[in-house]
Design a protein around this ligand. Structure first.
Ligand SMILES: NC(=O)c1ccc[n+]([C@@H]2O[C@H](COP(=O)([O-])OP(=O)(O)OC[C@H]3O[C@@H](n4cnc5c(N)ncnc54)[C@H](O)[C@@H]3O)[C@@H](O)[C@H]2O)c1
Length: 242
């Protein structure tokens, strides 16, 4: 894949799936702006390894009112992005009957509302330039649901609606909007799951392994450069849901 001279913004780039997406774009020639709530400890090493092709934005996406100013500034300083990957996400699991309103709201804010705020600023600029690709990180639970995750699955289902609606709004201006829906992927987010739960899930994965962040990154780059795909949700789940 060739992303030479392309500019990419990746949210949640400090670790896990976002980190793998950032590395894959850099390895394929892109300049990348990573965004996370905290600077990763190894940022100096990552910046020097990227030889000027990696920039960093430290923004807490739960602070919704701060987002637009920072993203507008980033669009200006980058002189426009070719690709946006809305990857940042959190979980705050619990059964619906016991879930605190703030735990529902925070997950919606970070996973969905922040993606909406970032997308509309960048999509507007892409539309002006008549080109661009946005990829939203949803989840198989946004399609199929999952007990104990009403907040998370609602945020991920919301991202699917956002993806399809925005895709319809901007397609005529040359901007594509797609989503990827990972299944079980090894990362900090899934590290805390009990081994028993993971091995039960593994029984339902025909490819017989847990996915890697690189598996997801591969699909993100594919969608970023596929000129005739828009409004789609691509499941990356080893065949868990067919
Ligand atoms: N790991 C999985 O099995 C899996 C499955 C389906 C979907 N996903 C989705 O993939 C994405 C990445 O997940 P991961 O497994 O790499 O998780 P992770 O916890 O390892 O990484 C999350 C990233 O989001 C960033 N982030 C979290 N809260 C933020 C905030 N308030 N402001 C700014 N940045 C914030 C973190 O800094 C980090 O870079 C998430 O959207 C997640 O919902 C993951």
């Amino acid at each position: 894949m060739d992303f030479e001279n392309k500019k990419v913004l990746v949210t949640g780039a400090s670790r896990g799936i976002g980190r793998a997406i950032t590395s894959a774009f850099l390895a394929n020639g892109a300049a990348v702006w990573g965004l996370s709530s905290k600077e990763p400890a190894d940022l100096p090493q990552r910046l020097s390894a990227a030889e000027g092709k990696l920039s960093w934005l430290t923004v807490d996406l739960s602070e919704l009112r701060a987002i637009e100013g920072v993203i507008e500034q980033a669009v200006k300083s980058a002189d426009g992005f070719d690709v946006l990957v809305n990857n940042a996400g959190i979980t705050k699991d619990g059964l619906a009957f016991r879930m605190k309103l703030e735990d529902f709201q925070r997950v919606i804010d970070v996973n969905l509302t922040a993606a909406f705020l970032i997308s509309r600023i960048i999509a507007r600029d892409m539309a002006r330039r008549r080109s661009g690709a946005i990829i939203n990180m949803t989840s198989v639970v946004g399609v199929h649901g999952n007990g104990g995750q009403v907040n998370y699955s609602a945020s991920k289902a919301g991202l699917i609606g956002l993806t399809k609606s925005l895709a319809q709004e901007v397609a005529s201006r040359g901007v594509r909007v797609n989503a990827v829906a990972p299944g079980l992927i090894a990362s900090d987010m899934t590290d805390t799951m009990p081994e028993e739960a993971k091995s039960k899930m593994l029984d339902h994965i025909p490819l017989r392994r847990i996915g890697t962040p690189e598996d997801v990154a591969h699909a993100v780059l594919f969608l970023a450069e596929s000129p005739y795909i828009t409004g789609q949700v691509l499941q990356i789940d080893g065949g868990m849901f067919m």
